[in-house]
Structure formats: C-alpha cells, structure tokens
Design a protein around this ligand. Structure first.
Ligand SMILES: *[C@@H]1O[C@H](CO)[C@@H](O)[C@H](O)[C@H]1NC(C)=O
Length: 618
C-alpha cells in the first residue's frame, strides 16, 4: 500500500511539471501567432497561397498576383502587403472596362462561360441569386484586375506558360476563342470592386449618400446578373449602368478608406480566385496532356478493324518474297519504329512517292504485338508502288537477353528562358538494330512523325567518314545547356545535340565500335540515380554514346519543330527534304498545328474504307 501511495505522489508531481511546461509553451506560442498575423482573422494558409510561384511552381513566376518576383518564399510583412494591394489596385480601377477587352487570353482556359464563371468563383448562372451586401458573401465576387493583369502578361509573353506547361500554351493560343459576354464580365468585375469598398464607405457617417448610391448600384447589378448570364440578356441601358457604377467606384476610391478593410476583402477574394485560376490551369493542362498521350479513339478503332480483318481472311503468304529482299544488302533499307499505322504509312508513302526508283526500297516497320497484324493488313491493302514493306513484331524477335518491348523514339522537352526545344533521341529499340538486321551494313532510320519530300537516294552515297550515325544537329541548343537535365560528364559543352528523325546508320561500324554495348553500360551506370527519369537516362546515354560518332548532316535534310513551333516559315518547309513533326502536336492528332497538317495528310490514302468506318479524318 505504501509503495502505491508513494507512486501516486510522484504522478501528481509529474502532472504538475507537465502542466507548467504546457503553460510555458503556450505563452510563447501566443505572441508568435500574433506576430504571424493570425489575429487578423484570416486563415494563415491564405497568405501563402497569394504567391502561386512557390518553389514547386517556378514557371508561374510571372503569374504572381502582385508582380513581385518570388525568388524567396518569405512572405512580406502584412503592412507591405496591404500597401502593395492598394498601390496596384488604385491605378487599375478606372480602366476596368477597357482592360476587360484585353484579357481574351483568360477566357480560353475554359471555353464555356459557365465554366468561366465557376473558375472565377462565381456561382454558375442557374443558381445566381441576388445576395444581400454583407461581409460574408463578398467572396462570391469575380477576381480582381490583378489576376487578370498577370494572366495578360503571361499570355503576352507566353513564355512563362511554356516553360511550365510546354506545348499546351501554344495549343491554347491556337485554339482560343474570342471572349463572349464582355459586358457581363465587366459587370461582375465592377460588382466585385464595389463590394470590396462598400463596407468602408458605409462606416463613414458623412457619406450616407454615397453609401446609398453604392448599395443601389450593387443591388441593381446583382439583380441583373441573377436574371441573365449572357450579354443578350442584359437590359438595353446597360452602358449607362456600367458608367454609373464606375463613377460610384471612383468616388469611393477617392476617400482615404480604412485600408485594412478593403484589403481584408480583396485578400479573401484573391485567395480564392488565385487558387482557382491555378487549379483550372492545371486541370486544363492535365486534360490536354491526356489528349496528347492517349491514342485517339479513331486510330484505335482502325488498328482493331485491321486486326479483325487480318484474322478473318488471312493474307496470301507474301512473307517469303519479302524475306529474301529484306536481307539483301544491295537494296536500300529503311527502318521505322512505330505503333501507329497511319504515321508509318505516311512515312513510307512519302518516301516512295519521291524515290526515283521504288523497286529497290525495302521498309522494315518494327512494331509491337498489338499492332503487328493490323499493320500487316494495312500494308497489304495499301501497297506503295513496288516497294517492299516488312512488318516485324519486336516482341517475337529471336534475340536473347534483350528487352524486346517496343520503345518509340523518346522526345525530350527542354525549356530555357526564351525557348522550348524537343529533342528526339533513340530509344532502346534502336540499339537492337545491328542484331535484328545481321546481314545489313547500312540502314536509314526514319521516325514515324516525319514526311519525306525529296528523293533520299543521295543519302546512301554520303561518305560518313568513319562515323556511325549521320544525323542532323540542333545547334540552337548546346550540350552545356542540357547539363542541368542530364548531369555533368565528359561532354563538350559547346557540342550540338544530334536528333533522331532521319539517321543514316552504318551498322558495320556500329558493331565494330560496340555502340549498343556502350549504351547499355551507360544506362546501367545511371540506373541507380534516384533523381533521374528513364528518359533522362536514355538521353544522357544516347548523347554520350554517339559523342564522337555522329556525322553531321546538312540542315536542309531535315526540318524539325513542326509539332510545337508555330513559326516555321513556309519557305523552310518547302526547302526541307524531310519535315519532322517533333513535339506534342502530331499531325494525326486533333491537336496538330493546322497549317502544317496538309504536308502530312496528302500522303494518306484517305479513301480507304477503314478510315471512313473509323472516322479517321486527321
Ligand atoms: C500515297 O500518296 C498519294 C499522294 O501523293 C496518294 O494519292 C495515295 O493514295 C497514297 N497511297 C497510300 C497507299 O497511302
């Protein structure tokens, strides 16, 4: 019993110590919380979200609501913050209606005005209800001019967007719709500003008339907006009302109002809309990426239909005659690694169409199990003059100890301050070529996103001067600039990276130099680097492997950029032997850049029944 009593005393004593400790900690936390501005009635996280360009978000640098650079994540003190909001806001307000005209770029993130409304934090039209003017519902307002301005800036340069989101921005630019219902939007903007000022004005006893006017205008606007969501729903004298509201607002602004009040309101709204703008931006980008990466339904349908057809009525066995040609080293052998029947078809047809003599051409299409039969069916149905086409299923190749999964050329997007490039490089399937074609000494490798516009036979006469890979290089980019992506190494910083797309390969030299082995070793070395993606590893390994083994082809051989660069000149296109649609906007996709599509489309046999059936209409 005694022992038990003593234990109880100890416990009590312990409890006391803990209690005191808690008190001490609390007494330290309270002033700290006060210092951090929690007393101001705002959720503290709101303050942080005012700066969308956080470390993880540096592409958004120019989207910053307050136009400051955000190199440090340290928030400014509260009073600075208030000042800045007001400084920015004041000169902007009188110009509201004119500015709205300029923000077209903003409207195209979401096409329909309903989505637009949702993005702005406004209720969608069906449930727009007139709301009494009170502190609690001002967050229903539209974004301030600030956000719109920063978005305009981003759109004007377009660069910040591109750095962050790549070709999505170009696509958005290309597909933007003129902004609809500008008057409704002007009204929402004005309503928002008026609501922000109203409580401060209402507190001034001397300004009862202005208070009444403001209230009148606000209610008026709310009523009108509740009745219609399009410009056509607005009453005829809307211009006058807009003018009246503008007058009231500029009057309200002329008073030295309590900054804190206005700021409070603006900040609540800013937090909300800022988050939403960023959210919707991300959402659009995500959907866009999905559209880019997903095989369009119609192409999938085509592949399926062809496969079914193949099994319904097996082809006459043409493989034997092709087999003989496909190993004949005296012929011109072209290799295409692809899972896209339309793309391969265009590459082959365009090559054959310009070839002086098509009977010496042999095409080898390397594809996967899923597309193998469809491809065979397609090239049987759509022969290209007398050229031979051999379709190979990489997964069924007779090669031991190799990864036989088809891997398409890897596109690597590199962005610098003012430019974006897509580097295309060999994938691991390329490194199987010397083994797949043991009898061949030379092949030309074409990516499936190219169109050939000239006779390619001069390529075969080129003296590669002992090099392995004849390739076009992109000298607008230097290896030194890539270092942040691929890491250092024994690179010549000034060297230009070479491109996949059109490559003449000396397989004999390839075997002699053990190129595949070098590549595999380099990949293995990097496998354990946790911070590197497999694309980065491939890029680095390919660049290093071929470092001294590239024979630079003249730039007129291949023109790249047609899958992302909107400013390729028509003359350059005309002059190029090969057009390379590297980038996200492939010509067979809805997203393809419209003005470059015709060069690709004209080599497609669009009369094929299956194309019609599957609604393939690139
Ligand atoms: C090849 O291209 C030509 C146009 O140059 C087109 O008329 C023809 O239908 C195409 N053939 C195939 C098999 O796609």
């Amino acid at each position: 019993m005694k022992g038990g009593g003593g234990g109880g005393g100890k416990r009590r004593w312990k409890g006391l110590v803990i209690g005191v400790l808690v008190l001490v900690i609390l007494s330290m936390l309270v002033p700290l919380a006060f210092l951090l501005g929690l007393h101001n009635g705002f959720h503290s996280s709101g303050f942080v979200t005012l700066q969308p360009s956080s470390a993880s978000n540096d592409g958004f640098r120019q989207f910053d609501s307050f136009g400051r650079t955000n190199d440090s994540k340290v928030s400014k003190s509260e009073s600075d913050h208030v000042d800045e909001v007001l400084r920015k806001l004041v000169p902007v307000l009188p110009k509201v209606p004119k500015d709205v005209e300029k923000i077209k770029g903003l409207g195209d993130i979401n096409e329909s005005s309903t989505e637009e409304d949702a993005r702005r934090g406004l209720p969608v039209p069906s449930n727009v209800v007139p709301s009494p003017v009170s502190t609690s519902n001002t967050i229903d307002g539209a974004p301030t001019k600030e956000i719109q301005h920063t978005m305009v800036n981003a759109d004007e340069t377009g660069k910040a967007c591109q750095v962050k989101y790549g070709s999505y921005c170009l696509w958005r630019e290309e597909n933007k719709e003129p902004m609809k219902d500008t008057n409704v939007k002007k009204m929402k903007d004005q309503l928002f500003v008026a609501r922000a000022y109203y409580p401060s004005i209402a507190k001034m006893p001397s300004q009862s008339k202005l208070t009444r006017d403001m209230k009148q205008n606000i209610q008026d606007f709310e009523r009108i907006l509740s009745e219609g969501s399009a410009d056509t729903d607005l009453p005829p004298q809307i211009d006058k009302k807009l003018q009246k509201m503008e007058d009231v607002i500029s009057k309200a602004k002329s008073f030295p109002v309590d900054c804190n009040n206005v700021d409070k309101k603006l900040r609540q709204i800013l937090d909300l809309t800022d988050d939403e703008v960023s959210f919707h931006m991300k959402q659009s980008v995500f959907l866009y990426q999905l559209a880019v990466q997903t095989m369009p339904k119609s192409l999938h349908c085509l592949s399926m239909r062809l496969t079914v057809e193949y099994f319904k009525s097996p082809l006459p066995d043409v493989d034997l005659s092709i087999a003989k040609k496909s190993t004949d080293p005296s012929l011109y052998h072209y290799v295409i690694i692809s899972n896209n029947v339309l793309a391969s078809s265009v590459v082959i047809n365009s090559t054959v169409s310009h070839a002086r003599d098509s009977k010496n051409l042999v095409f080898h299409v390397l594809t996967d199990e899923q597309n193998y039969f469809g491809m065979k069916e397609w090239f049987f149905r759509n022969p290209c003059k007398v050229a031979s086409v051999q379709v190979l299923n990489t997964e069924k190749l007779d090669l031991e100890n190799h990864d036989l999964h088809l891997s398409l050329p890897v596109e690597f997007r590199v962005s610098f301050r003012h430019s974006t490039h897509y580097l295309t490089i060999f994938s691991h399937s390329h490194y199987l070529l010397p083994k797949i074609f043991p009898n061949l000494e030379k092949v030309v490798v074409l990516d499936d996103d190219v169109v050939v516009q000239r006779d390619l036979s001069p390529l075969w006469d080129l003296d590669l001067e002992g090099k392995v890979n004849g390739a076009v290089r992109t000298c607008s980019l230097r290896l030194g600039q890539l270092k942040s992506h691929i890491g250092g190494g024994s690179f010549d910083d000034n060297a230009c990276p070479w491109m996949s797309g059109l490559n003449i390969i000396d397989l004999g030299k390839w075997r002699e130099f053990g190129v595949s082995e070098t590549y595999q070793r380099l990949v293995k070395e990097q496998m354990n680097a946790r911070d590197k993606s497999s694309e980065t590893i491939s890029l680095r390994a390919s660049l290093l492997t071929f470092q001294d083994l590239v024979y630079p082809l003249d730039n007129t051989w291949a023109l790249s950029g047609l899958g992302y660069d909107h400013s390729v000149s028509a003359q350059a296109i005309k002059d190029a032997a090969i057009l390379h649609y590297n980038g996200n906007m492939k010509p067979w996709l809805e997203l393809g850049i419209p003005k470059y599509k015709p060069y690709w489309k004209k080599f497609l046999n669009r009369k094929d029944q299956f194309l019609t059936d599957c609604n393939v209409n690139p």
